[in-house]
Design a protein around this ligand. Structure first.
Ligand SMILES: NC(=O)c1ccc[n+]([C@@H]2O[C@H](COP(=O)([O-])OP(=O)(O)OC[C@H]3O[C@@H](n4cnc5c(N)ncnc54)[C@H](OP(=O)(O)O)[C@@H]3O)[C@@H](O)[C@H]2O)c1
Length: 255
């Protein structure tokens, strides 16, 4: 039987019985590579590799995963997500809790990460929480799009977003990171989805992969965490740590 009440324990390197993800993740070193931010990827998959059940990741999560998810977000200056994920998961603006804000400040970060969404079509419903649930003082989400994006589509979003046209027709991962670098990002967290991750993997830009493995098999036709990559073996990864809570495994790989 799964024990949700038990804390998070570290299995590698060397066991630690009770560990607070919020104290662990944001304090880890993430040196900025030359000319671009450090890029983290955070994904959850079932034990058989599915990233979604019935179209979203909701069924894969549990409270322990939520704690790690918040701790990983506390590491980031900018969160970037592709439009398919923003639509499926109904993204809102990041609103870290008090503990996360404290960890962010201790690591020299602003209270909240900014959100960037990558979309070629700009076909994003205005009733998505990132637009519809904005509050006074919120930074607008930044929508990164291609140079030829339709003006009407951009105009429709402009009251609730900053639409930024990048130089390519379809923004390249390097351009996306360069834009966030220009905006002061030291650490960028990509939350996917799999087809966007494939572009990051193909470009060789992933510095850190935080992978949660949920204790279930999903079956079905869900993609894996990277889908459509051109490269067969795109990453060489080293296990930095392995945590466990509620039978969910949390691996941090560094590239
Ligand atoms: N388990 C997890 O941790 C996790 C995490 C994230 C997502 N997911 C799941 O993954 C699924 C979504 O992933 P997905 O692979 O289908 O889609 P995705 O990668 O999230 O989004 C694809 C869309 O993003 C935009 N896009 C991607 N690259 C672009 C580029 N270079 N330039 C411009 N626009 C670009 C395009 O949007 P437009 O169509 O607007 O042009 C494209 O259609 C959902 O089921 C979601 O629940 C799971």
């Amino acid at each position: 039987m799964r024990r949700y009440g038990r804390g998070v324990r570290r299995l590698l390197p060397g066991p630690v019985a009770d560990i607070d993800p919020m104290e662990l993740y944001p304090a880890l070193p993430r040196p900025k590579p030359a000319g671009r931010p450090w890029l983290m990827l955070n994904m959850i998959a079932s034990a058989d590799g599915a990233v979604a059940v019935d179209g979203t990741s909701e069924a894969l999560g549990n409270p322990a995963d939520e704690a790690v998810f918040s701790a990983v977000r506390a590491c980031a200056d900018w969160i970037v997500a592709a439009a398919g994920t923003v639509r499926a998961e109904r993204y809102g603006l990041p609103r870290p809790g008090a503990k996360s804000r404290r960890a962010r400040r201790a690591a020299g970060r602003s209270d909240r990460p900014r959100l960037a969404v990558v979309s070629a079509s700009l076909d994003l419903d205005l009733d998505l929480p990132l637009f519809a649930d904005q509050r006074a003082g919120d930074d607008l989400p930044v929508i990164l799009t291609g140079r030829d994006a339709a003006a009407e589509a951009a105009d429709r979003l402009e009251p609730v977003a900053e639409v930024v046209r990048l130089a390519s027709v379809r923004p390249q991962p390097e351009e996306i990171l360069a834009e966030l670098d220009r905006r002061g990002a030291g650490v960028v967290l990509s939350e996917g989805g799999p087809s966007f991750n494939a572009q990051l993997a193909d470009a060789g830009l992933i510095d850190e992969l935080c992978l949660s493995i949920a204790p279930l098999v999903a079956g079905g036709a869900s993609p894996r965490i990277v889908h459509g990559s051109r490269r067969t073996v795109p990453l060489n990864l080293t296990v930095d740590h392995l945590l466990e809570a509620s039978d969910t495994l949390f691996v941090r790989y560094v590239g």
